[in-house]
Design a protein around this ligand. Structure first.
Ligand code: SF4
Length: 404
């Protein structure tokens, strides 16, 4: 059958794209110990490198600022790793550099990821005074046996104390991360975690399904048959249970793994990622996406520091994203936004292409299966579609419609 779907035309990025929100991600790759399921770019017992690392970060930020002085940062995100291993004066200095070197939006969102056992009331108040206005606490679970199996350092009672101290310290915007699907987790464990955390009334919740990542101790445990992750049906049941409970408590499910209380508490930084927007990635192993180019920094902290001592950007990989790839990425990331979905108008403005024509057969088929809602302007997953989001995303990989 003849392929009648239009081909993507290569066009230059629309001028307004240069004014799209710009985020800044800063990676702090240090952790007290490495959790057995984690495959992030993180290192234990390297904390002696922190001062040199922060000096290198300052240099990297200066180099980016020279190139981007005319752009306005809308979000700043200190992720890791464990950024809360940094002392407040160190965070203060980092933020001061950013405010001196970049144009920064009034009311910029500044997030700091924290592990509960690293927080004290004094530290929290000082982070807040330094300008951090959003705290993301890695709780993961409150079950004693869960903390043990996940290799986490905190005790079950530590997160609540941290959250209370954060409120006293002036944090009005707090996210809690939870993980479900850890070996041995029961339905009751999960309900207890959710109910307890909901009683703290955080503004935002991220619920992550445990995934077994290659090269981790968890993967080796599964291969040897000593670790038993939950089966897919149980995982789906836990996910559904959470979605119902959070909806009943008034949280909006706006991204596959993320919920926010009503009133503008969505993660503005992560929304930049899901809208396939631009962000600078600074720090060891950080990924960035700027003006059509994806970048990856040197991952090893000592080498990253060395690169910056020569005053050069520590990029070890970069790739210009062609328009076809950019379209696919916009689709795959945008489908994660289960509340807003993808707007055909925004898609046309960005890519100069009609979404309806580009994906006609796929849209018709998935709508007939009630996996997506598509009214010609807005495309989003249905509640049924959310459970098979990965399978649906695959259907949008080929924008020329060979799936039809
Ligand atoms: S604390 Fe977080 S970043 Fe650090 S090892 Fe554990 S999961 Fe990974």
């Amino acid at each position: 059958m003849a392929d009648t779907t239009p081909q993507i035309m290569l066009v230059h990025a629309a001028p307004q794209l240069r004014e799209t929100p710009l985020g800044l991600y800063i990676h702090i790759p240090f952790c007290r110990r490495v959790c057995p399921y984690c495959d992030f770019n993180v290192y234990a017992r390297q904390e002696h490198l922190v001062p040199a690392y922060l000096a290198a970060l300052q240099r990297e930020l200066n180099l980016w600022a020279e190139r981007l002085r005319h752009r306005t940062l809308q979000t700043i995100y200190l992720g890791g790793g464990t950024p809360s291993l940094l002392e407040p004066p160190q965070v203060d200095k980092l933020l001061e550099t950013i405010f001196q070197q970049f144009r920064v939006l009034d009311g910029v969102e500044i997030t700091l990821e924290a592990n509960p056992e690293t927080l004290t009331p004094e530290k929290l108040a000082e982070y807040r005074a330094a300008g951090v206005n959003r705290l993301s606490i890695g709780v993961q679970t409150l079950a004693r046996h869960g903390l043990k199996v996940l290799g986490r350092a905190h005790r079950p009672e530590t997160p609540m104390a941290a959250l209370r101290a954060a409120r006293v310290g002036g944090f009005e915007n707090v996210n809690i991360d939870l993980i479900y699907g850890w070996p041995g987790q029961s339905r009751q464990d999960w309900i207890r975690d959710l109910r307890t955390v909901l009683s703290w009334e955080p503004e935002h919740l991220s619920l992550y399904a445990l995934t077994i990542e290659p090269g981790t101790p968890y993967e080796r445990g599964v291969r040897r048959g000593v670790l038993h992750p939950l089966d897919d049906d149980t995982m789906a049941e836990l996910a559904e249970l959470a979605a119902d409970l959070l909806a009943a408590h008034g949280y909006e499910h706006y991204e596959i793994s993320n919920w926010a209380r009503s009133g503008n508490w969505r993660s503005r930084h992560n929304l930049i990622y899901w809208r396939n927007g631009y962000y600078i990635g600074a720090g060891a192993g950080a990924h960035g996406y700027l003006d059509g180019q994806r970048t990856v920094n040197e991952p090893i902290p000592a080498r990253y520091i060395e690169r910056l001592q020569h005053n050069e950007l520590p990029i070890v990989q970069s790739e210009f994203i062609d328009q076809r790839t950019e379209v696919v990425e916009t689709m795959i990331l945008g489908l994660r936004l289960v509340a807003d979905g993808i707007s055909a108008t925004a898609f046309r403005a960005r890519h100069g292409i009609e979404l309806a024509e580009l994906y006609a057969p796929v849209l018709t088929e998935l709508a007939a299966l009630e996996l997506i809602e598509w009214d010609g302007e807005s495309l989003r997953l249905t509640p049924r579609g959310v459970w098979v989001a990965n399978e649906i995303a695959v259907r949008f990989l080929d924008p020329r419609g060979t799936l039809g």
